[in-house]
Design a protein around this ligand. Structure first.
Ligand code: NAD
Ligand code: UD1
Length: 349
């Protein structure tokens, strides 16, 4: 089974590059398609440097059907991990059409190309964002999807499309039915412990961890803590942070599960990938100060529009059906973020 060839869309990106690394180390052959709209080839050069193994890179857009057809003709792909997409919530509110066109239309083109090549196993990057504001702060997979922004709606739509193509195959009793794992990530942070690959955001980061780390290294002057009056123990927002290496290991577990009994007649199933516990903004700041010895200059600022007080995963289904759970601690997430930041103060530039 480890001789499978995996096509990784968006493989040059933050999570994709870590996935390529773990896949190569686990013995898979890896093919990447990425248009480099939010990444650099250098990430993949480093993945090959760390592993001592090579992967095949196609600089192409997933909306380009002809390019995808060539890839499926040239490579004997078994399974696709689909990371390619735009991911900034604020930008998706300003440019919704661009997000639907890239994420939803792009996924449709990819699904069509897969269907045409009779490659019908996929692991899809979904997000906890699809839940919106559910009845409890611990999210369970059966909660209804109710995304509250265009980015989240692109993820929910692609989930729906994938469920529908899978159902169609089951109704038709297809010989080679779709087998799909929808992985709903909570808050991925951290980096590979080599410090050679990591998250390289364009411009000023939106997310907490890259922001804290750029304050620590002196690139940014001060962190704004968005709200200290939430109904949480210290008043700041609580999230379920997950080490990116734990996260990508969940994808490898999902690939294995697609071969097993659970998916044998074809299926499309959603899984939360999170730790099942959360940390507040101030807990992240103090862990960063303790682990790195740096002082984080911060101020309390107003709440950020659209933020929830607290949410975290119920990760029980992923443990039961994929045999996956997080292994790394908050200290690992901080130490690995810091190693990447200090070794690469300008990212991949
Ligand atoms: P990223 O931007 O680093 O990686 C995405 C990659 O996809 C980039 O390399 C980009 O160049 C590529 N890409 C985008 N559109 C493309 C297209 N049309 N054709 C080809 N390549 C294209 O983001 P990431 O953090 O690695 O996220 C990967 C996936 O996980 C995304 O789908 C994202 O929505 C999802 N996700 C991310 C998070 C997170 O916090 N990082 C959380 C939940 C879900
Ligand atoms: C955001 C996205 C979500 C995406 C996730 C991971 C929004 C509304 N949601 O989630 O769709 O899946 O990133 O990429 O953008 N914080 C600060 N100061 C900062 C930055 C953040 O106090 O400068 C706080 C936030 O208010 C929040 C916590 O830190 O309480 C985490 O924020 P962030 O890293 O942006 O993740 P989410 O908001 O959970």
């Amino acid at each position: 089974m480890n001789k499978q060839t995996i096509l990784v869309t968006g493989g040059a990106g933050y999570i994709g590059s870590h996935a390529c690394l773990e896949l190569l180390q686990a013995g898979f052959d890896v093919v990447v398609v990425d248009n480099l709209c939010n990444s650099k080839y250098e990430s993949l050069a480093r993945v090959q440097q760390i592993t001592g193994k090579t992967l095949k890179f196609y600089p192409a857009d997933i909306r380009d059907k002809a390019a995808l057809t060539v890839i499926f003709q040239e490579q004997a792909i078994d399974t696709v991990i689909h990371f390619a997409g735009l991911k900034a919530v604020g930008e998706s509110c300003q440019q919704p059409l661009r997000y639907f066109e890239n994420n939803v239309y792009g996924s449709i083109v990819l699904i069509e190309a897969m269907q045409q090549a009779n490659v019908k196993q996929m692991v899809f990057s979904s997000s906890a964002t699809v839940y919106g504001e559910p009845p409890s702060t611990q999210y369970v997979e059966h909660f209804p999807m109710a995304a509250v922004n265009p980015y989240g709606r692109t993820k929910a739509m692609v989930e729906d499309i994938l469920r529908d193509v899978s159902t169609a195959d089951q109704l038709a009793q297809a010989e080679n039915p779709w087998k799909i794992a929808l992985l709903r990530y909570f808050n991925p942070i951290g980096a590979h412990d080599s410090g050679l690959i990591g998250e390289d955001p364009n411009g000023i980061p939106n997310n907490l961890m890259p922001y804290v780390s750029q304050v620590a290294i002196g690139k940014l002057a001060q962190l704004s803590v968005f709200g200290d009056d939430y109904p949480t123990p210290d008043g700041t927002g609580i999230r379920d942070y997950i080490h990116v290496v734990d996260l990508v290991k969940g994808h490898i577990k999902a690939i294995t599960a697609l071969q097993g009994d659970l998916f044998s007649g074809g299926a499309c199933k959603a899984y939360n990938l999170g730790a099942g516990k959360g940390y507040s903004v101030l807990e992240i700041v103090s862990a960063f100060e303790r682990v790195t010895g740096q002082t984080i200059n911060y101020k309390i600022a107003p709440r950020r529009a659209g933020d929830l007080a607290e949410f975290f995963a119920d990760p029980a289904l992923a443990l039961k059906e994929l045999g996956w759970q997080v292994e790394k601690s908050l200290d690992d997430m901080v130490a690995d973020t810091w190693a990447w930041q200090t070794k690469n103060p300008q990212g991949y530039n």
